[in-house]
Design a binder for this molecule. Structure first.
Ligand code: NCD
Length: 309
């Protein structure tokens, strides 16, 4: 059980934790149809987002509301004292002093959530830190695979796109490495290929290969995880302009895929995944986004020490 624990990296979970959270998420699915439970009554979650977010912030908030809890939200760096130059450490210390039951933090700086966890007494959940990790995104990504295929063991997954600056690809790869006999194809032009530090952490735990083009491996894939080019992390705008034209998945480009291929995407998409994929049976990304509510609800309940019936 994860009561009182910080979640900074996917490696803060074990496989048993993931599987237990998935089955709790399954039991919480009625909240997606509007049901509200009373599990977290009297508990308060703080969401501190120092970088843009739609899904992560909103799905944590909906999860908390559907479980009967309450929220305080830092109203965006521009509208809060961050704009006056208040430090991250002071902001976290203060929210912690207000007695919140957990803090979700997103920050452009690598290591920001670990720093917050050192300062706060309340459990801290990393909602994305720089290029490093996004553990709750991996939770919903792997939950979506688990629901779609009934298992994760033995799957062949293509992780495609900006593997150099994206933080969801490392977290997904780490989570997949906890299962047995998984094969990962890292699919990216060399400019955007996966970082060595990520490979070092999965070495010996999965079969993996680096490839440049989707066509090389498409027929083998059970799932294809597409990601956008991370514009905001490119030091050079000219390099971004070059990178964003390097890959694009369309319905036509999936013609040779297994009929059961599941296409996932953490969203937002900005051109790398064509809208015509939405009407193919492969499209799972909106379902995947909705799954974010129930896995995050399961995680919040567990971190706050509340059993899910
Ligand atoms: C991702 C992120 O913030 O890293 N978004 C999300 O949480 N779904 C992916 C992205 O921004 O590309």
């Amino acid at each position: 059980m994860l009561a009182g624990r910080d979640i900074i990296s996917v490696f803060d979970f074990t496989r048993a934790d993931l599987e237990r959270l998935f089955s709790k998420a399954e039991r919480l699915r009625p909240v997606l149809a509007g049901e509200t439970l009373d599990l977290l009554r009297g508990k308060v979650l703080a969401t501190l987002f120092f970088e843009p977010s739609t899904r992560t912030r909103v799905s944590f908030q909906i999860a908390m509301m559907r479980l009967g809890g309450q929220l305080v939200d830092l109203a965006g760096p521009e509208a809060s004292s961050i704009a006056k130059g208040e430090s991250l450490a002071d902001t976290v210390k203060m929210f912690d002093g207000y007695g919140v039951d957990a803090i979700v933090i997103r920050h452009p700086m690598e290591g920001a959530s670990r720093l917050a966890a050192k300062i706060a007494r309340a459990p801290v959940i990393n909602g994305g830190d720089g290029t490093r990790e996004h553990p709750t995104q991996a939770l919903l990504d792997v939950y979506t695979l688990w629901r779609t295929f009934g298992k994760v063991d033995g799957l062949t997954v293509g992780i495609m796109g900006d593997l150099r600056y994206g933080r969801t690809p490392p977290s997904l790869a780490y989570a997949l490495s906890m299962f047995d006999d998984v094969t990962i194809y890292f699919i990216a032009p060399s400019l955007l290929q996966v970082r060595d530090e990520v490979l070092a952490r999965i070495e010996g735990r999965v079969h993996y290969h680096l490839v440049e083009r989707l066509e090389e491996v498409l027929r083998e894939l059970d799932a294809l995880y597409v990601t956008r080019v991370q514009k905001e992390r490119f030091p050079d705008p000219a390099e971004y302009e070059k990178a964003k034209r390097l890959y694009r998945v369309t319905a036509a480009s999936l013609k040779e895929a297994k009929p059961t291929l599941a296409v996932l995407h953490p969203l937002p998409r900005v051109g790398e995944l064509a809208y015509d994929v939405d009407s193919t049976p492969h499209a799972k990304y909106f379902e995947q986004a909705a799954n974010g509510v129930v896995v995050r609800a399961a995680l919040l309940a567990e971190i706050m020490g509340v059993e899910v019936p």
